[in-house]
Design a protein around this ligand. Structure first.
Ligand SMILES: [Zn+2]
Length: 422
C-alpha cells in the first residue's frame, strides 16, 4: 500500500472515531424545553429587555456579516488564485527563495493579511459596543489587545509554520501521518498551556477575599464533589460590562474564576448559579471532551488536506506544485475557511447541547430554578442579549441556548414544585 492509500484508510478511521465520539459523548438525548415552555418563558422577559437586545443586534448585524464575509473572501481570493503563492514568493526573494523563508516569513505575511482585512469590521463592532456602553475599553486598550493577540499569533504561527513545512520538506509523502499526530498533540498541549500562559496576558487574577461569597462558592464546589483550590476574580471590567465565570484546571489546580463585573452586580445566589453551570462543565469533563474531539478533528483535517493535494486542478488554480509547499499556505487557509463555514454550525449544535447539559446540572445542584432564571434575565439585560435571535443567526453564531430556552429549562426544572402555571 502506498502513502495515499494509507492516508485514505487513516481518514476513514479518524472520521469514524469522530462520528462515534460525537454520537456517544454529546448529550443528544437531553430533551429540550417544549414549545409551550418557551412561549411562557418569552412572556417572562420584560419588553424593554427584548427590544433593547433586538436593537443592539440590528446595530451589530452589518459588522458581523461583513466580518464573516471578509474572513471568508480574503483567503479564497488569495488561495484560489496564484496571488497567495506570489506573495510568498516575493517575501522569500531576498533569501534566495529558501523554503524556510517561504514557510515562516511568507506564511506569516499571508496569515497577517487574512487577519488584518476583517479588522475594520471588528473596529466597527467596537464602536457600536462603546456607543451602547457595553464595552468599557478605550481605543488604546483595544489596540493594545490587538497587539497582544498579534504577538501570541506571531509566536504560535512562526512555530507552527516552521514545524509543518519542515515536515513536508523532509517527508514529502508521509508528512500527513506525522502532521496528524503533531496536530493532535498540539491541540492537547494548547488546551493545557492556554489557561496558564495566555490568559494572564489579557487579564489579572486576584484571589477573592475571604467572606461569605467565597465560602458559598467553595461549599457549592465541595457539595458537587469537585473541591477547588481557590476562587479568583478576573479584572474583566477593564474591557467589558459583560458577566461571566469559568472553572479551569484539573484536580489539585482546579480553580473557579469569576469576572469582577459579576461579583459587583449579581447577588450571591446568582453568582452561585453561574458557578454551578461551570461546575457542570467540569463534572461532565467537557473541557477534556472538547480537547479530544478537537485533537481527532485536527488529525483528520491534516490527512484530508494531504488527500485534497492530489487534486491537480485545484493546485493549478493556486499556481502551486504541491499542497505541502509553503507557497500553498493561502490555499490551505482557503480550504480551512470553507470547512469552517460548513462545520461551524455543526460545532454550534454540539456546543449548545453541552451548554444545555451544564444548565441542567446547575438547576439540579442549586435546586433553585428561580435564582437561575433571575440570573438569566440579568445576563440578558446586562449583556443586552437578543433573547430569541433570528434563526440564521442562531445557526451561524449561537454557541449557547438562547435566553428564552434557558428560562424555559428553569421553568421545567421548577415544574415539579407546582409553581408553574400560576
Ligand atoms: Zn457553559
Amino acid at each position: 500500500m502506498d502513502s495515499g492509500a494509507w492516508a485514505v484508510a487513516a481518514l476513514v478511521a479518524l472520521g469514524l472515531a469522530l462520528a462515534v465520539a460525537a454520537v456517544v459523548v454529546v448529550p443528544w438525548r437531553l430533551p429540550g424545553p417544549t414549545r409551550a415552555a418557551r412561549a411562557a418563558a418569552f412572556r417572562e422577559v420584560p419588553e424593554d429587555v427584548v427590544d433593547r437586545g433586538r436593537a443592539l443586534h440590528a446595530a451589530l448585524r452589518p459588522s458581523a456579516y461583513s466580518s464573516l464575509f471578509a474572513g471568508l473572501v480574503t483567503p479564497l481570493l488569495l488561495g484560489l488564485t496564484p496571488a497567495g503563492a506570489h506573495i510568498v514568493g516575493w517575501v522569500a526573494q531576498p533569501f534566495g527563495g529558501h523554503w524556510l523563508a517561504q514557510a515562516v516569513l511568507g506564511g506569516l505575511t499571508v496569515l497577517a493579511i487574512v487577519w488584518l482585512v476583517p479588522l475594520p469590521f471588528a473596529a466597527w463592532r467596537h464602536v457600536v459596543l462603546r456607543d451602547w456602553g457595553l464595552s468599557t475599553q478605550s481605543w488604546r486598550g483595544w489596540v493594545a489587545d490587538l497587539g497582544r493577540s498579534g504577538a501570541v499569533g506571531l509566536v504560535l504561527g512562526a512555530v507552527l509554520l516552521a514545524g509543518f513545512y519542515t515536515l513536508t520538506h523532509v517527508a514529502p509523502d508521509w508528512w500527513w501521518a506525522w502532521g496528524a499526530l503533531g496536530a493532535a498533540a498540539l491541540v492537547v498541549l494548547l488546551s493545557f498551556v492556554f489557561p496558564v500562559l495566555v490568559e494572564p496576558v489579557f487579564n489579572r487574577f486576584t484571589p477573592m477575599p475571604a467572606g461569605s461569597l467565597r465560602d458559598e462558592l467553595m461549599e457549592l464546589a465541595a457539595r458537587d464533589g469537585l473541591p477547588v483550590r481557590e476562587v479568583l476574580v478576573a479584572d474583566a471590567s477593564r474591557r467589558t460590562t459583560g458577566l461571566n465565570a469559568y472553572v479551569s484546571g484539573f484536580g489539585a489546580t482546579r480553580r473557579i474564576v469569576v469576572y469582577d463585573t459579576l461579583v459587583g452586580k449579581a447577588s450571591a445566589g446568582e453568582v452561585g448559579s453561574v458557578v454551578a453551570h461551570e461546575l457542570g462543565h467540569a463534572r461532565a469533563r467537557d473541557p477534556e471532551l472538547g480537547t479530544l474531539l478537537g485533537a481527532v478533528g485536527a488529525a483528520a483535517a491534516v490527512v484530508a488536506l494531504y488527500l485534497l493535494g492530489q487534486w491537480d486542478a485545484l493546485l493549478r488554480r493556486a499556481g502551486v506544485d504541491s499542497i505541502g509547499s509553503p507557497e500553498a499556505i493561502a490555499l490551505v487557509l482557503a480550504v480551512a475557511a470553507l470547512v469552517g463555514l460548513v462545520t461551524g454550525p455543526l460545532q454550534n449544535v454540539v456546543s449548545r447541547r453541552i451548554e444545555a447539559r451544564a444548565d441542567r446540572h446547575a438547576l439540579r445542584l442549586t435546586g433553585d430554578p428561580a435564582t437561575f432564571a433571575a440570573m438569566q434575565l440579568r445576563l440578558a439585560s446586562v449583556n443586552t442579549a437578543d433573547v430569541r435571535p433570528p434563526r440564521l443567526e442562531y445557526v451561524l453564531f449561537a454557541t449557547h441556548p438562547d435566553t428564552v430556552e434557558r428560562l424555559a429549562a428553569a421553568r421545567e426544572a421548577g415544574a415539579p414544585l407546582g409553581d408553574e402555571e400560576l
